[in-house]
Write a new protein. Structure first.
Length: 324
């Protein structure tokens, strides 16, 4: 009862209730909330502190950016219950939703402009500080496939993961929202002779596929571009057949702000605990984590839709260009 009463006291302000409504759909920075609410930064920060202290919100810092999102567990559930009491036709709620859509559209346009500009040299940029072939070797070792299986590559980009895993499967589908990336990928697939691989333009947050039909789903260096990476994980899980495996490759936590400022990165990498929470929330069993250290380290997470396995964490030290 005390938790409920504290939540009610914290949300008993129009601005704070608006903040909960905005964060119901994802995480936002303080500056984004200031822009949407049309209030000063100190005032918005004070409201956020009250909501965090009440356990309704979580606050976390990435480099120079500070994000807020609904808390996991009971606090987040209470926040959602309060938001659902707001009438759908409330004018302030509608106004906030429209401003949020405008901010999301601006982010999407920035990312699209970036992908268009860098599509021809995308593989080189993605290599970052860990050798590309070293990552490919670990991916093959962690996700052995057979010709009877189907593979889905979300955010395929130039088709790199199709090149790595496509020869081992019967069918593979790569999805990406960028025309420019897909043009490069189509050229690459022809050059690699991968006629069992197909490409399609699609939003990976709303998959145009039959759910439960893929034996493996790969999300390679995609999540750090997304506002709601957990949504992409949820879509990936729904695409998996029973017993299917999800492989995520992304950056470990880092503080290279340039990637956010110049290369459209939304997140500066991911901690194991954060990804593990998302996977468990989707009912997956996390089987293996492998760390490939570097100035910009890479982490690879492997999870299965059903079954129980002992999760093991391995750290592999290597220099750029080393083989595993």
């Amino acid at each position: 009862m005390n938790g409920v009463l504290e939540a009610l006291r914290a949300a008993a302000d129009p601005t704070r209730l608006r903040i909960l409504g905005l964060l119901e759909s994802g995480e936002l920075t303080v500056s984004e909330l200031v822009s949407i609410l049309g209030q000063s930064q100190p005032r918005v920060s004070r409201h956020l502190k009250i909501l965090v202290d009440a356990g309704l919100l979580e606050r976390f810092r990435e480099g120079s950016w500070v994000f807020h999102r609904l808390s996991l567990g009971a606090g987040g559930a209470r926040a959602r219950a309060l938001v659902h009491l707001i009438p759908d036709d409330d004018p302030l709620r509608a106004q906030d939703s429209q401003r949020l859509k405008e901010i999301e559209a601006q982010r999407a346009q920035m990312a699209e402009d970036y992908f268009r500009k860098y599509a021809p040299e995308w593989d080189r940029l993605r290599q970052l500080d860990v050798d590309e072939e070293a990552v490919a070797t670990v991916v093959r070792d962690m996700l052995p496939l057979t010709r009877s299986q189907k593979l889905l590559d979300l955010g395929t980009g130039t088709g790199r993961m199709l090149q790595v895993l496509g020869p081992d499967v019967g069918e593979a589908l790569g999805l990406d929202n960028s025309h420019e990336m897909l043009a490069v990928a189509r050229s690459n697939l022809t050059r690699w002779g991968l006629d069992n691989c197909q490409l399609r333009q699609a939003d990976i947050l709303a998959l145009p596929v039959v759910y439960g039909t893929f034996d493996a789903v790969v999300v390679h260096q995609v999540l750090h571009f997304l506002d709601r990476p957990w949504t992409a994980i949820g879509e990936a899980v729904r695409a998996l057949a029973p017993g299917g495996r999800l492989l995520i490759v992304d950056l470990a936590p880092h503080d290279v702000e340039e990637l956010r400022e110049k290369h459209a990165h939304r997140r500066l990498g991911f901690a194991d605990e954060e990804v593990q929470d998302w996977l468990q929330a989707q009912g997956l069993t996390l089987e293996t984590i492998k760390h490939l250290p570097g100035k910009l380290g890479v982490t690879i997470w492997l999870a299965r839709r059903i079954g129980v396995a002992n999760m093991r964490t391995e750290t592999q030290s290597m220099n750029q260009g080393a083989s595993l």
